[in-house]
Design a protein around this ligand. Structure first.
Ligand code: GLV
Ligand code: MN
Ligand code: MN
Length: 432
C-alpha cells in the first residue's frame, strides 16, 4: 500500500469515522444486542435485532437521515438529494449474525454506510440522487431455513412462501414479523421499483486472508460465488444402545459420517469448490439410544452455478448410495440456491478509481462468502468493497478489523459516491 493521501473529496474526519464505525459494531456485540451473554448471536426478528435497530435508528437520524422500517423489518435511513424524492443510491449490509459470530460481519458495512452519509451531512452536501443506508434483517439464515430473506424482499425476488417457514422455536416468519413490529406494512411492500434504486454498494470484511497477506487495507470485489444450501436426512431404526447387536442395527449415524467424508471428497477435488456440513443432529439425541434419524446441512459453493450443481448432484447420488447400501431411508432437499453474481463492471471501475484515489494499490478479488449484493444485483447494478480482517477469520468471535482500514473504506466509499454524482446523470447510449 502506498501512503494514503487526503483530498477535498475525503470526509474531514475519516479517522474518527473509522473508529466510530468499529466502536459501534463493538457496542452491538453484547446484550441487549446479542441474544446470549457469552457470545454474539443476533438472529433475524429477535429482541437483539430489535435493540440493534433502535441504536442504529438514532445513529442514522444523527447523520441527517429519515428512518423507516420496511415490511421485511429492514431499517432504511434516507438522506435526500437536491430534490426530494429523487431515486436513491443504496449502501447496505446485514445486521443479523451467525451464532457465536464476529462483530463486523454485516454490521460493519451498515456502520460504514452511516459514516458516508454523516460526512455528507457534516458538509451540508446534497447529491443529484438520494443516499439510502439499508440494514438488512436477515442475510445469514440464522433463524429460518433460508438466508438473504431481506435483500430478496427489497429486490422483489422473495418467494412469499418464506413467510410460512418456521424457526427452531416453532414460530412462523409471518408471526415473528408481526411480533417484532406491530403495524408493519406487508412484507411484499418492501420490494423496490427498479428505477427508484440506482445502484447498491456494500462494504464487508473480506472473511479471508488475501488482503492481509498482501498488506492491503481494502480491495475490490469482482464477483460473488454461487451457493446451494441442502438439508439431508438418513432414517433408520431407533433402539437400545446396550442390547442391539451391531449387525442388527439400522443406525443412520455411520451413514452420516460417510456422507460428511463424501462432501469433503467431492468438494476437495476441484479448486474453487467448497463444501461444509455445519449442522448435524442425531434424533432423539440420547447417549443410550441408537439414533432413529440424523439430519444435517450441506453448504456447497463454487465460482459458477454449473460447478456448484454438478457437485451437489454427486453428493445427492452419494447419499442415496450410502442409504441403499446400509438399508436406510434418505432425503436431500434444496433449501436455497443462489447463482454467482458478477459485480457491475462500470461501478467496479469507479470503485477501483476511488480505492486508488485513497492511495491503496487496487486488488481485485472474488468473494466465496455470500452477500446481500448478490441478491440486490437483480434490482440494480452493484459494487463491493472488501476490508482486511485479521487472520482472515470470520464467523468466529475472533473476527477483527482495524479502525484505520475502516477509515480507508469510508474515504473510498465517499469518493466513489461523489464520482458517481459528478457523472450523473449517465450519458444515455443512443438506441439502435
Ligand atoms: C454468509 O455469511 C454466507 O456466506 O453464508
Ligand atoms: Mn456471515
Ligand atoms: Mn456477511
Amino acid at each position: 500500500m502506498t501512503a494514503a493521501t487526503h483530498s477535498s473529496h475525503d470526509p474531514l474526519s475519516a479517522t474518527d469515522a473509522g473508529e466510530r464505525a468499529v466502536a459501534r459494531c463493538d457496542a452491538l456485540g453484547v446484550p441487549p444486542y446479542s441474544e446470549a451473554a457469552d457470545m454474539l448471536f443476533r438472529p433475524y426478528l429477535s429482541s437483539a435485532h430489535r435493540a440493534a435497530l433502535e441504536a442504529l435508528s438514532a445513529w442514522m437520524a444523527e447523520a441527517g437521515m429519515t428512518v423507516r422500517m420496511d415490511g421485511a423489518a429492514n431499517l432504511i435511513g434516507r438522506y435526500e438529494g437536491r430534490e426530494r424524492g429523487a431515486p436513491a443510491m443504496t449502501i447496505g449490509s446485514h445486521i443479523d449474525s451467525v451464532r457465536n459470530g464476529g462483530r463486523y460481519d454485516g454490521a460493519l458495512g451498515v456502520m460504514l454506510g452511516v459514516e458516508v452519509v454523516q460526512a455528507l451531512h457534516d458538509r451540508r452536501s446534497r447529491l443529484p440522487f438520494a443516499v439510502e443506508v439499508i440494514a438488512f434483517g436477515d442475510e445469514e439464515g440464522s433463524r429460518f431455513p433460508t438466508s438473504m430473506t431481506c435483500s430478496r424482499a427489497v429486490a422483489g425476488t422473495a418467494d412469499l412462501s418464506v413467510l410460512d417457514q418456521w424457526g427452531p422455536d416453532g414460530v412462523a416468519l409471518v408471526q415473528a414479523l408481526a411480533d417484532f413490529e406491530p403495524g408493519l406494512p406487508p412484507f411484499s411492500s418492501a420490494a423496490r421499483r427498479p428505477g427508484d434504486v440506482l445502484a447498491y454498494l456494500e462494504a464487508h470484511i473480506e472473511q479471508g486472508p488475501v488482503l492481509e497477506a498482501e498488506g492491503l487495507g481494502i480491495g475490490v470485489v469482482t464477483a460473488i460465488a454461487a451457493q446451494k444450501r441442502l438439508s439431508a436426512r438418513f432414517t433408520g431404526m431407533a433402539g437400545h444402545a446396550g442390547t442391539t447387536p451391531m449387525d442388527l442395527r439400522r443406525d443412520p449415524g455411520p451413514a452420516a459420517a460417510e456422507a460428511i467424508l463424501l462432501v469433503e471428497r467431492v468438494c476437495g477435488a476441484e479448486p474453487g469448490l467448497v463444501g461444509t456440513v455445519g449442522r448435524i443432529a442425531a434424533l432423539p439425541g440420547a447417549v443410550n439410544v441408537i439414533p432413529g434419524e440424523i439430519v444435517f446441512s450441506i453448504d456447497v459453493r463454487a465460482p459458477t452455478a454449473e460447478r456448484r450443481d454438478a457437485a451437489a448432484a454427486l453428493i445427492g447420488a452419494g447419499v442415496a448410495e450410502i442409504a441403499a447400501r446400509r438399508g436406510l431411508g434418505q432425503s436431500v432437499v434444496v433449501d436455497q440456491a443462489l447463482d454467482a453474481s458478477p459485480c457491475d463492471p462500470d461501478l467496479t471501475a469507479l470503485l477501483e478509481t476511488a480505492v486508488a484515489g485513497v492511495g491503496v494499490a487496487v486488488r481485485r478479488l472474488p468473494s466465496g462468502a455470500g452477500h446481500d449484493a448478490m441478491v440486490m444485483a437483480d434490482l440494480c447494478p452493484t459494487a463491493m468493497l472488501f476490508l482486511r480482517c485479521r487472520g482472515g477469520i470470520s464467523h468466529n468471535p475472533a473476527e477483527s478489523v482495524s479502525p484505520a482500514d475502516a477509515a480507508l473504506a469510508v474515504r473510498a466509499m465517499s469518493r466513489f459516491i461523489e464520482a458517481l454524482a459528478e457523472s450523473w446523470p449517465p450519458t444515455q447510449t443512443p438506441p439502435g
